[in-house]
Write a protein that binds this ligand. Structure first.
Ligand SMILES: [Zn+2]
Ligand SMILES: [Zn+2]
Length: 146
């Protein structure tokens, strides 16, 4: 579902076995929650996408059901984190690190700031929401964490 201001974003995993192209906003957010950090080996920086996704190399995608309401995908060859998917919806959060580094993305917010470890801080001047504030902002009973 392309909207005004959307851009064609192309990404691939570390080994290149899995790649994709989606049309989405050039906006990323950062999640500091403990699940995202374990999954992506650092804060998870993702961009949202709603719709169907066609992957090249889909047979190399492994899917981990991380909670009752969400799954997280990775490349079975190189281990790159690919996307978070809210089950029963077409909502995905793709790992921004998969994009070409020249893509001009804008950081819009940090979430689960209350789960951020003390050993790093991001300097971006953006809203920093606690997990509870993030749930309220998403206006959904479905936990965006998980
Ligand atoms: Zn790979
Ligand atoms: Zn998270």
């Amino acid at each position: 579902m392309a909207k005004e201001g959307d851009a064609a974003l192309v990404g691939r995993c570390l080994c290149g076995a899995v790649s994709f192209s989606v049309t989405a906003k050039r906006e990323v957010d950062v999640c500091h929650c403990s699940m995202c950090r374990r999954w992506s080996a650092g804060p998870f920086i993702g961009f949202g996408y709603d719709g169907d996704v066609r992957f090249e190399g889909a047979e190399h995608i492994g899917v981990y059901r991380s909670s009752e309401w969400a799954e997280r995908a990775f490349c079975k060859i190189c281990g790159s984190s690919l996307y978070y998917h809210l089950l029963g919806t077409q909502h995905y959060s793709f790992a921004a690190g998969l994009l070409d580094p020249r893509e001009e993305m804008v950081l819009t917010q940090e979430i689960f700031i209350d789960e951020k470890p003390a050993y790093y801080d991001l300097a971006n001047d953006v809203p920093k929401l606690t997990g509870q504030q993030a749930f309220a902002a998403f206006e959904t009973e479905k936990d965006p964490n998980g």
